[in-house]
Design a protein around this ligand. Structure first.
Ligand code: ZN
Length: 86
């Protein structure tokens, strides 16, 4: 039980690390008002991080982590959209 939880934490840490890398590369941007992660629609920046990960953890795991990280990024900030709609 404890072991499984630790593994999950590690996994979250890994995904968080990849999110940070994607932010540094410009593949993900953060809404300044709401800290929402937004997909910057920059495939070159994503590829940059993908190649980095491929050499570090292998292409298959790298792809998987990229996918998990990008799943945290929305097309736009929903809170900003709400404010605009008001
Ligand atoms: Zn926002």
């Amino acid at each position: 039980m404890g072991h499984a939880k630790n593994q999950m934490m590690e996994r979250e840490d890994e995904v968080q690390d990849v999110i940070n890398r994607l932010k540094d590369a410009g593949a993900i941007v953060e809404c300044e008002d709401h800290y929402t992660l937004i997909d910057n629609d920059d495939p070159d920046a994503v590829d940059e991080v993908r190649q980095e990960l491929a050499t570090e953890v292998g292409a298959a795991k790298g792809d998987e982590l990229i996918e998990a990280a990008m799943a945290h990024a929305a097309d736009e900030c929903h809170d900003c959209r709400k404010i605009r709609a008001d």
